[in-house]
Design a protein around this ligand. Structure first.
Ligand SMILES: [Zn+2]
Length: 497
């Protein structure tokens, strides 16, 4: 996770919602948002993207990015006009080969009017030529484009695409990616998936990456800088590609001692979550000043600060668990964030037990006991936390407590069948908290509405009786802090100093 630099204020551009006369009978503009109540203008309506082809050139010294995005989509309505989410400067748009009119609107809408209206259900190819200096662009008063001394990084949640490619920016519209980036010789470009080729010409080296399974826009990542790249394979034969900034200083050893365990941890997670869902895995540690990590698909983003106190395999477990819970199975709406974070946190608890640093039960007891009933912690509902609390600690810790309560209620056999079956059952798709409850009920054969309501949807501390029923908080007095606790908490955000 994930920190925007400044929280968004009240939404502008309400006029976008007003009906606009269609340019042909029955043809209507696509909505400027995909319909997520947390973020009304994120994503767009009227079409569904299947593939992004991004051909980019980046100059680290000046932060100048130029690119051509070729977007393959299909219309989902009779479409007179549609939006992409984007902040850089556009010079030309073509739709199905013909020049299209375009303008900007709201905080991050690129509004495109094709020469000919687009009938519902037809394939559409959109080509956007653009350039700009991403670090000079903001929306709602914030940026998530991170400059580094030797380049830049796009990795944030829920927003990072706006600064480097035009998209339908919401997890509901997943697509495959080819990302090809030219950078000055001696500099590397890192993205998701497998490295298809590198070539050098006239002082520029081009890196071409492919992410061949459906991927949410916020899980697409780009890092440019001077990196050491290491390679390996998991026991199951999945290629591992990791990258480390050559400028990590004192954090270099701890970063490598953590991220180089990626293959081992993928093998271990496979035992709980089923086969790894993608054809490549790894992580990268650029020399950013941020404090978080993010589950960017197949290539996890780690801040150097994650390793300032020494190695931390727990954060590697968290981000790799997301490859199943969040990346393979993505949320339907941002209110479903528990599907991602509750389970990535619970994977850390399982790792803690594996490492002999505290059992899942001890961690659950500790979370339950260490927050008194009047603690604001319990006012956050992990099942629908609201946009301001989407990444609150409670989504993680109370979220994992809910997973432990589920385990206690259905028993280990059903619980581990659910844990492994969910990614298989919803592979490469989207799902909600309600879908998860229905799945857990189907596998366990037990009604679970009351349990989900108590642990995920009530703005109060579950009563001791509920905790005892769930076997959470068996310890009568405040339990000792498990040894793994500090590393687990450091996953949320490592603060300055
Ligand atoms: Zn997470």
């Amino acid at each position: 996770m994930h920190r925007r630099l400044i929280a968004p204020g009240a939404l502008a551009a309400a006029s976008l919602l007003l009906a606009i006369p269609a340019s042909a009978a029955g043809f209507q503009p696509g909505a400027p948002g995909i319909g997520d109540p947390y973020y009304p203008y994120y994503g767009n309506g009227g079409y569904d993207v299947s593939h992004y082809d991004l051909r980019l050139k980046y100059q680290p010294q000046s932060d100048e990015l130029e690119g051509t995005a070729t977007i393959l989509a299909r219309t989902t309505q009779d479409l007179s006009r549609f939006d992409l989410d984007f902040l850089l400067d556009v010079s030309e748009v073509r739709v199905n080969g013909a020049k299209a009119a375009f303008t900007t609107s709201g905080q991050h809408e690129l509004v495109i009017t094709p020469a000919t209206p687009l009938p519902k259900g037809t394939p559409v190819t959109v080509v956007v030529r653009y350039s700009g200096v991403p670090s000079t662009k903001s929306a709602y008063g914030f940026t998530t484009w991170h400059r580094t001394p030797d380049g830049a990084v796009a990795a944030d949640e829920p927003e990072s695409a706006w600064w480097w490619f035009p998209s339908n920016d919401h997890p509901l519209d997943k697509a495959t990616y080819d990302v090809s980036v030219a950078v000055p010789d001696g500099t590397q470009a890192i993205s998701n998936g497998t490295l298809q080729s590198t070539s050098s010409k006239l002082g520029w080296t081009r890196y071409t990456w492919r992410s061949a399974k459906p991927q949410a826009t916020y899980l697409a990542t780009l890092a440019i800088g001077k990196f050491d790249i290491t390679t390996g394979t998991t026991s199951a034969g999945i290629p591992v590609i990791n990258a480390y900034s050559k400028d990590l200083g004192d954090n270099d050893g701890a970063a490598r001692a953590s991220v180089e365990r990626t293959g081992e941890i993928v093998d271990w997670l496979t035992g709980y979550l089923g086969p790894y869902p993608f054809d490549s895995v790894g992580g990268y540690v650029p020399n950013t000043t941020t404090g978080y990590a993010l589950e960017t698909q197949t290539r996890v983003y780690y801040s150097p600060k994650q390793f300032a106190s020494g190695s931390n395999t727990s954060v590697v477990v968290h981000e790799l668990a997301h490859q199943w819970y969040g990346d393979d199975v993505s949320l339907k709406g941002w209110k479903d964030i528990w599907i991602n974070e509750g389970f990535a946190r619970y994977a850390q608890w399982l790792w803690s037990e594996h490492e002999g640093e505290g059992t899942t039960q001890e961690l659950a007891d500790y979370v339950y006991a260490s927050h008194p009933a009047d603690d604001a912690f319990w006012t956050v509902k992990p099942g629908d936390p609201g946009p301001d609390n989407q990444f609150d600690t409670a989504v993680y810790d109370r979220g994992a407590l809910a997973v432990q309560a589920l385990r206690d209620a259905v028993g280990d056999d059903a619980f581990f069948a659910i844990l492994k079956g969910w990614p298989r059952d919803h592979a490469y798709g989207n799902a909600s908290v309600a879908d998860f409850q229905a799945y857990a009920e189907k596998v366990s054969g037990k009604p679970l509405a009351a349990l989900f309501d108590t642990w995920l949807f009530q703005p109060s501390k579950p009563a001791a009786s509920a905790a005892r029923t769930a076997a959470v908080a068996r310890a009568a007095t405040a339990p000792v802090q498990p040894r793994s606790w500090k590393q687990i908490e450091a996953t949320n955000f490592v603060h300055q100093g």
